[in-house]
Design a protein around this ligand. Structure first.
Ligand code: PGA
Length: 259
């Protein structure tokens, strides 16, 4: 089955010093070069390692990005890092709205909209996370939650801005868990996401926007997700911290793409 180029990324979260980043990339980049062009690969590293990670990955085809940024570009915002600074470091992607940002830092959907806009304004591709909690899932509210999140985050976006985004559907209950969501359940949510975007921004934007699945992805399940019609790739947490384990996921994605 021919399919589009799968997108696979790792989110390192608050892990790895600059030295550990170098060790990882030394082990990873040579092997990863086999898949570049067939699989789109990027790594979201801590801000402290971003400039060096961008330097070491230059010309490798593997991109790097950040896990969070502020919505203003410069100014009196002590302790913050802007999307302009992420771009300046060589970051090409910028995650927005990970559920840990909601959980520990009480960020809101309005914050995520402003951060996504800041990324677009600075030529950083926003990786916007959406997804429902376990309580919302149990109350059969997944669809209404998705509709609300999309409504608030994408308010005031143009269709071409939507197309330039990457979405990560990450149900909170599947992140850091034993097992991922069932691929068929994830597909259903991805379809809802595209359908909501279609209603608001038209067919073109809904087709072109990339929608990835995240939450306990392991190499054994990658194929089951990538064969779903509305899933363009996967985001990986724990399994992306080790270069070999991340490579096995990329290899599995490549084998699906090649089928
Ligand atoms: P996990 O993390 O793959 O370790 O579940 C995913 C995430 O929270 O981004």
């Amino acid at each position: 089955m021919a399919m589009k180029t799968p997108i696979i990324f790792a989110n390192w979260k608050m892990n790895k010093t600059i030295g550990e980043t170098k060790d990882y990339l030394d082990q990873f980049l040579d092997q990863a070069s086999k898949y570049v062009g067939k699989v789109e690969i990027f790594i979201l590293v801590p801000h402290t390692a971003l400039a060096m990670a961008a330097f070491w990955t230059e010309n490798s085809g593997v991109k790097v990005g950040s896990q969070n940024h502020f919505w203003e570009d410069f100014g009196p915002y002590t302790g913050e890092v802007s999307a302009a600074m992420v771009r300046d470091c060589g970051g090409r992607y910028g995650m927005v709205g990970h559920y840990e940002r909601r959980l520990y830092f009480h960020e809101s959907l309005d914050d995520f909209r402003r951060k996504a806009k800041a990324a677009l304004r600075n030529q950083v591709i926003p990786v916007i996370c959406i997804g429902e909690s376990i309580e919302e899932r149990q109350a059969a509210e997944t669809e209404s939650v998705i509709r609300k999140q999309i409504g608030v985050i994408f308010e005031g976006f143009t269709p071409s801005e939507v197309e330039a985004c990457c979405l990560l559907y990450e149900p909170y209950w599947a992140a850091g868990a034993e097992k991922p969501a069932a691929p068929s359940e994830a597909q259903k949510a991805h379809w809802m996401i595209r359908n909501e975007l279609r209603k608001r921004f038209g067919e073109g934007a809904a087709q072109k926007v990339k929608v990835l699945y995240g939450g306990s992805v392991r190499k054994d399940y990658v194929m089951d997700f990538l064969i779903q019609s509305d899933i363009d790739g996967v985001g990986v947490g724990r399994a992306g911290l080790d270069p070999d384990s991340f490579l096995r996921i990329i290899e599995a994605a490549d084998s699906v793409a090649a089928d």
